[in-house]
Design a binder for this molecule. Structure first.
Ligand code: NI
Ligand code: MN
Length: 228
C-alpha cells in the first residue's frame, strides 16, 4: 500500500491511502491557492478540524456529491445533520479515536476558535493524528503553540502539517517551537500566503527548521504531493 498526501492549498489536503480517498478541510471555490472545484473531488471520507469558512466552505457540497463520511467535532456534526441534512456523519470529541478503512483517526485539541458560518456554535477546534499503515501523520489544524503538543509527540509523528501564517494561527517562531516539541521526522508548513495577513516566507522557515532541529522540513506548493 501507499499513502500520499497532496497539499491542495491553504489548509486543505487530499490523502490517497490504499483504496481510500480522504479530504481534510474542504475549501476550494474561494481558495486562491487551488483551481479545484467540488465537482473535481471524489472522496469517501472528509475530516473537519473546525468551523471556519476557510476550512469548511465547500464541505456540504463535496459531502452531498460524494456521500463521503464526514468526521468532525460533535457540534459541527449535529449542525451538518440538522441544518444541512447530511446523514453520513461520524461525530467525535477530544481524545477519541475512530477506526476507519485506512487506519485510525484520533481527534486532538487545537488552540483556536470554531464558530460556524451562520453563527452557530461549532464546539472547540481540533487537530487529527492519523495512523496509516506507512506512518503517523499529525494535522494540527488552525492552532497556536501549546505545551500539550508534548503529549501528541508521544504518538511518534512521522509527518506533521503545521500552520505558520501568523495572525490567525501560530507564526514561524512558534511553529518552530512546535517542531521542537513534536519532533516529527518531517514537517510541511501550511496556512500561509493565502491572503496578506498571513504572508510568510516558507523557504526561510524551512531553513530554520533544518538548521535547528532533527526534523526535515519540506515546502509543498499547492497541488504538490508527499508520500509517506
Ligand atoms: Ni480557523
Ligand atoms: Mn483557517
Amino acid at each position: 500500500m501507499t499513502t500520499r498526501v497532496t497539499f491542495v492549498g491553504h489548509a486543505t489536503f487530499l490523502i490517497e491511502s490504499g483504496e481510500s480517498r480522504i479530504l481534510i478541510d474542504p475549501f476550494l471555490v474561494d481558495n486562491p491557492a487551488t483551481e479545484l472545484t467540488p465537482a473535481d473531488v471524489q472522496v469517501d471520507t472528509i475530516l473537519v478540524t473546525h468551523g471556519h469558512g476557510d476550512h469548511i466552505a465547500d464541505l456540504v457540497e463535496v459531502a452531498s456529491n460524494t456521500n463521503a463520511l464526514v468526521v468532525s467535532m460533535v457540534e459541527i456534526s449535529r449542525w451538518l445533520g440538522e441544518k444541512h441534512g447530511l446523514t453520513n456523519l461520524h461525530e467525535m470529541n477530544f481524545g477519541g479515536t475512530v477506526q476507519l478503512p485506512f487506519g485510525s483517526v484520533k481527534m486532538v485539541p487545537a488552540v483556536h476558535t470554531s464558530g460556524l458560518p451562520d453563527g452557530s456554535y461549532g464546539g472547540l477546534p481540533a487537530g487529527f493524528v492519523i495512523r496509516f499503515p506507512e506512518g503517523t501523520v499529525y494535522f494540527a489544524g488552525d492552532t497556536a503553540l501549546f505545551l500539550d503538543m508534548e503529549l501528541i509527540a508521544r504518538a511518534g509523528i512521522d509527518l506533521a502539517f503545521l500552520p505558520i501564517g501568523d495572525n490567525y494561527t501560530m507564526g514561524p517562531d512558534d511553529a518552530l517551537e512546535a517542531v521542537k516539541i513534536l519532533n516529527p521526522k518531517r514537517v510541511v508548513p501550511c496556512h500561509y500566503n493565502t491572503w496578506p495577513p498571513i504572508e510568510q516566507d516558507p523557504a526561510a522557515w524551512a531553513e530554520r527548521v533544518n538548521e535547528q532541529t532533527d526534523t526535515e522540513c519540506i515546502v509543498l506548493g499547492s497541488g504538490q504531493t508527499i508520500e509517506l
